[in-house]
Design a protein around this ligand. Structure first.
Ligand code: GTP
Ligand code: MG
Length: 201
């Protein structure tokens, strides 16, 4: 797959239950992160599109597992953003159930990408999400978004904050990323492709 020239990238299903997950057997890359962290922008940057995934100033809109088929080689799975205050308890429970089912049993899952905002300390919910993924023994790549907003001289401090606050396991990496400058794109693709070649199953 030539990641600089992606010809095919389409959303194929917004799934709410496992019966709707694709059965192609392609590797899946899950994208998790709080609302507004830049998940949709990340997908668009990775596939060189302006608006394949909807970006919004209105957080918390995505409530389904959105499957994006990339070159018939893999899926990006956009996981609903967490930590959006205006969601009811019942909806939060539905979200939690869906997450448990997906992350505990999805064999196609080769890498979980946790997006955090490089500008801020990871939140309590970011920590919970990371711990949740590690509870299921999943390899995690942390992508620190909006890196263009942080001066080069301040970067190390912010990265250390991310590593320390999440108590990042030694096997997990963090990569700085920007949808504005496309910084980090190639490095993230390398991690994604490496994960699809390692067969953990
Ligand atoms: P929801 O789907 O609503 O949960 O949000 P999301 O995580 O998909 O975030 P989205 O990509 O919609 O981005 C949220 C806001 O952050 C938008 O205004 C984006 O333009 C902005 N944004 C995303 N990535 C970057 C980045 O790398 N740099 C800067 N400066 N802004 C960004
Ligand atoms: Mg989004």
């Amino acid at each position: 797959m030539n990641t600089d020239k992606i010809h095919y990238a389409e959303i194929v299903i917004s799934a709410v239950s496992p019966s709707q997950y694709p059965d192609d057997g392609l590797p899946e890359i899950a994208l998790a992160g709080r609302s507004n962290v830049g998940k949709s922008s990340f997908i668009n940057t990775m596939v060189n599109r302006k608006k394949l995934a909807r970006t919004s100033g209105k957080p918390g809109k995505t409530r389904t597992l959105n499957y994006f088929n990339i070159e018939n080689s893999l899926f990006f799975v956009d996981v609903p953003g967490y930590g959006y205050a205006k969601v009811s308890n019942a909806e939060q429970k539905k979200w939690g159930d869906m997450m448990n089912i997906y992350f505990s049993s999805r064999e196609e899952l080769t890498l979980s990408i946790l997006l955090v905002d490089l500008r801020h300390h990871p939140t309590e919910l970011d920590i919970q999400m990371y711990d949740f993924l590690k509870y299921y023994d999943l390899p995690v790549l942390v992508v620190a978004t909006k890196a263009d907003k942080i001066k080069k001289s301040r970067r190390n401090k912010h990265i250390n904050q991310v590593v320390q606050t999440l108590q990042l396991a030694t096997e997990d990496k963090v990569i700085m990323f920007s949808s504005e400058t496309r910084e980090g794109r190639e490095e993230v693709w390398n991690e994604i492709l490496a994960s699809t070649r390692n067969d953990h199953n």
